[in-house]
Write a protein that binds this ligand. Structure first.
Ligand code: A3P
Length: 323
């Protein structure tokens, strides 16, 4: 009976979504038609997923949300936040049973909108004990709960040129059947027509909120985190309400977290080199490419870089956010 009710509810949502998407602006150019949902470009499947998820998500006052635009270091942030929060039960120090050694970070910190919620019920999130550590690629405007009902949001952004290069590789690998030349992806990205884009609006939403509610929204940059990981892990712990004690710091607990979650270490683990993420359904190895800052220089001409830099500067002008 419960199953029947759930199915009827889903069919209702599915029909509702069909009619809602039909009224949204749509555009082709990537692997399937994208829809513009409240200023954010989403693939057809993701649009339906977000629409199915939003009314069914039950926010809790102590939820912690890790928010990112795709390819900004989500996997890294999930590993770091999970390790920092759970370090009393799972110390990072040379333990042989730390969850990160046997699980990809995405299997430890679920997304709100992934897997596709029109097919995979969002109710799985209700079963997670509080405080929940959740993640999303959604812009602030599409979050299913406002920052006033959430405990905290950690947002990680990245230099846009590196985001595009990382994303292009990701799509090329996940969808080898779709041939999207880098130059074409570049043009679409510059137009603001990209998955979860425009990227600048995505950044600005959280950036502005972090200025309004600094105790609720922590805004981080991949590039800065890569340059000074220890400083950022301490900042993250403090923001999440679990600061490192002097004793922990003196015995090198912060550096242990950095090492456990480092690109080289996570990439080298069998779970990440050979495993498949249960929730996302892709090879974990896809999530670990170069992990470098500035790889765009190997893919863009000077003119391309200047063009994207100019757009970024113009879009972010006056906000105080720079790259
Ligand atoms: P590159 O493609 O530039 O190598 P996301 O997790 O949001 O999909 O972002 C993926 C990017 O983060 C990839 O960048 C990936 O290599 C990098 N990455 C993954 N794990 C990382 C880690 N532990 N430390 C630093 N970068 C990491």
């Amino acid at each position: 009976m419960a199953q029947e009710q759930a199915e009827t509810k889903y069919m209702g949502i599915e029909q509702e979504n069909e009619s809602l998407t039909s009224s949204l602006p749509t555009r082709e150019g990537w692997w399937e038609p994208f829809f513009l949902l409240q200023g954010c470009w989403l693939s057809t499947k993701m649009t339906r997923s977000v629409m199915a998820m939003k009314p069914q998500f039950h926010p809790r006052h102590d939820d912690i949300i890790l928010a990112t635009h795709p390819k900004c270091g989500t996997t890294w942030l999930k590993a770091l936040a999970f390790t920092v929060i759970n370090r009393s039960t799972h110390p990072a120090v040379a333990s042989y049973d730390h969850p990160l050694l046997s699980h990809n970070p995405h299997d430890l910190v679920p997304y709100l909108e992934i897997p596709f919620r029109d097919l995979h019920p969002v109710t799985e999130l209700d079963e997670i004990p509080s405080p929940r550590l959740l993640s999303t690629h959604l812009p602030l405007t599409l979050l299913p709960s406002s920052t006033s009902t959430l405990s905290r949001v950690v947002y990680l952004c990245r230099e846009p040129k590196d985001v595009l290069v990382s994303f292009w590789y990701h799509i090329k690998t996940v969808r080898p059947d779709i041939l999207i030349e880098f130059d074409r992806s570049f043009e679409l990205f510059c137009e603001g027509f990209s998955f979860y884009g425009p990227v600048w609006e995505h950044y600005l939403g959280y950036w502005k909120q972090s200025k309004i509610e600094p105790e609720k929204v922590l805004f981080l940059k991949y590039d800065e985190m890569a340059a000074e990981p220890t400083k950022h892990v301490k900042m993250l712990a403090e923001f999440l309400g679990v600061p490192f004690t002097d004793e922990e710091e003196s015995r090198g607990a912060v550096e242990e977290v950095v090492r456990l979650c480092s690109f080289q270490h996570l990439k080298s683990l069998p779970v990440n080199s050979q495993g498949v993420t249960e929730r996302i359904g892709t090879d974990n190895s896809l999530l670990f490419r170069t992990g470098k800052v500035g790889d765009w220089a190997n893919h863009m001409t000077v003119e391309m870089a200047q063009k994207l830099d100019c757009i970024t500067e113009e879009k972010l002008r006056g906000s105080g956010l720079t790259f």
